[in-house]
Design a protein around this ligand. Sequence first.
Ligand SMILES: NC(=O)c1ccc[n+]([C@@H]2O[C@H](COP(=O)([O-])OP(=O)(O)OC[C@H]3O[C@@H](n4cnc5c(N)ncnc54)[C@H](OP(=O)(O)O)[C@@H]3O)[C@@H](O)[C@H]2O)c1
Length: 254
Amino acid sequence: MKIVVIGGSGLIGSKVVKHLTQQGHEVVAASPSTGVNTITGEGLTGALTGAQVVIDVANAPAWDDQAVLNFFETSGRNLLTAEAAAGVKHHVALSVVGTERLLSSGYFRAKMAQESLIKASSIPYTIVRATQFFEFVEGIAKAATEGQTVRVPAALMQPIVSDDVACFVADIALEKPTNAMIEVAGPEPIRQDELVRQYLDATDDPRTVVTDPSARYWGIALNDQSLTPGSAPRLGRTRFSDWLNHTVAQTVAH
Ligand SMILES: NC(=O)c1ccc[n+]([C@@H]2O[C@H](COP(=O)([O-])OP(=O)(O)OC[C@H]3O[C@@H](n4cnc5c(N)ncnc54)[C@H](OP(=O)(O)O)[C@@H]3O)[C@@H](O)[C@H]2O)c1
């Protein structure tokens, strides 16, 4: 089966491409670096010719409110129009658990716009909503840093490693379209302050984590429901502590 992975050079995309290629599918890793651009339309028609499934795991290069909204709206429109012309049978997109609860952030308004375009299109779809990737914890810490202090709330999260996200996305792309959402999350809940503290410890980072109930997450006031999945997510197997011990500690050591 021909499967096009939009954002196929990215963190999740490159792993999805690998999984599906190993299973014998004809996989096109589509992104600007391979000559396919969903904003300009460059290379899109050629890449989609004969494709049965399209997986959209692209991300916006700039995250200020207007730029990120323009990206997901324009990319979504161009992609879905090209897919309709090519007769694509299943559109799979990666979004974020709790998107509708996070709309005080421009990034999540843009992800919501992406989801709405998919739901309104004629292409059968599955939206996969993931919790925060383990690899994103560094970005959370960076965004919350002032001097040597990292100020974060103790809100619950249930993060997931990118490898597990990629496995789920690849599996779901081979299933029938649900025309609905599937949530994927890590195996265990953890509070944001503890998550960041464990990450900084494992990476020998000298910054201090301060638990601050009023600290915002990308401008959003969080509660324990904001970032956590509903009652029936598919759960990844990799625990944060194991990832820190096996992956991060080894990277730091070398
Ligand atoms: N970070 C998290 O914790 C998290 C949690 C849940 C869901 N998500 C979602 O996961 C998705 C993938 O994230 P990621 O971290 O894997 O992204 P990433 O590593 O930043 O990769 C982004 C990809 O998008 C491609 N891209 C950029 N502009 C493009 C364009 N105009 N046309 C086609 N492709 C374009 C890039 O291609 P080039 O390399 O060629 O520029 C790259 O392959 C995002 O949609 C994000 O919202 C993230």
